[in-house]
Design a protein around this ligand. Structure first.
Ligand code: AP5
Length: 216
């Protein structure tokens, strides 16, 4: 099964995609994670993306489409993938339709994570991840079981994203409203859109997503 998790910054896309990947074996394709890896490696893509990401704006479509097209073609994606952070513009959505049609794949569901905008800044400002394995945590909503130690790999090193601050969130939200929100009617018209309550507790959001997938 191939799905998209769609929602604003901090809606919980990465949290839920990680859990689905662990439980169901679908592959999480987070364009944000891919770009951050490119920035860290100093590749040509990373050099182009760094300042744009730090400012909270969107990286150009042609770079993103090439990135996801290469990734979807990898053999592990044959068992199903979760797009987390892509598409983010109508041009990306159209390019995705075209690449799926060309490779004989199909999009089974687009899951909108509906959230209250006011809660999102608190979510992203409190977020941190394990610097070794990438597991996500939150100062208030999801602390490690043992303080200062990653639940999954035992690392004691954590990192915070440079764009996770209240000021940059304003630009990220504006980009979401102007460029990504129009994808909701786009996918509704195709009959694949379902909505879950992204304001519920993490386990309940996950239960709702699994229910949507069970009915797909
Ligand atoms: P990206 O990394 O995709 O960031 P984003 O869309 O802003 O999404 P986030 O990762 O911030 O949020 P999330 O929904 O995954 O939330 P999470 O699960 O972590 O993109 C970063 C940048 O890269 C973009 O700004 C852009 O520059 C560029 N980019 C990426 N893709 C692009 C594309 N396709 N085109 C162009 N540019 C692109 O949750 C957040 C926090 O809340 C966590 O701490 C979590 O523990 C907590 N939380 C989650 N769920 C709940 C809950 N139910 N209750 C309480 N807390 C919760």
């Amino acid at each position: 099964m191939n799905i998209i998790l769609l929602g604003p910054p901090g809606a919980g896309k990465g949290t839920q995609a990680q859990r689905l990947q662990t439980d169901v074996g679908m592959v999480q394709l987070s364009t944000g994670d891919m770009l951050r890896a490119a920035v860290k490696s100093g590749s040509a893509l990373g050099q182009k993306a760094k300042d744009i990401m730090d400012a909270g704006k969107l990286v150009p479509d042609e770079l993103m489409v090439g990135l996801i097209e290469d990734r979807i073609a990898q053999p592990d994606c044959a068992k199903g993938f979760i797009l987390d952070g892509f598409p983010r513009t109508e041009a990306q959505a159209e390019a995705l339709d075209e690449m799926l049609a060309r490779t004989g794949k199909k999009l089974d569901r687009v899951i909108e994570m509906e959230v209250d905008e006011q809660a999102l800044t608190e979510r992203v400002v409190g977020r941190f991840t394990c610097a070794r394995c990438g597991t996500g945590y939150h100062d208030k909503f999801k602390r490690p079981r043992v303080e200062g130690v990653c639940d999954v790999c035992g690392s004691k090193e954590f990192s915070r994203r440079k764009d996770d601050n209240a000021e940059t969130m304003k630009t990220r939200m504006a980009a979401y409203r102007a460029q990504t929100e129009p994808l909701l009617p786009y996918y509704r018209a195709k009959g694949v859109l379902k909505t879950v309550d992204g304001m519920a507790a993490m386990d309940e959001v996950y239960r709702q997503i699994r229910a949507v997938l069970a009915g797909a």
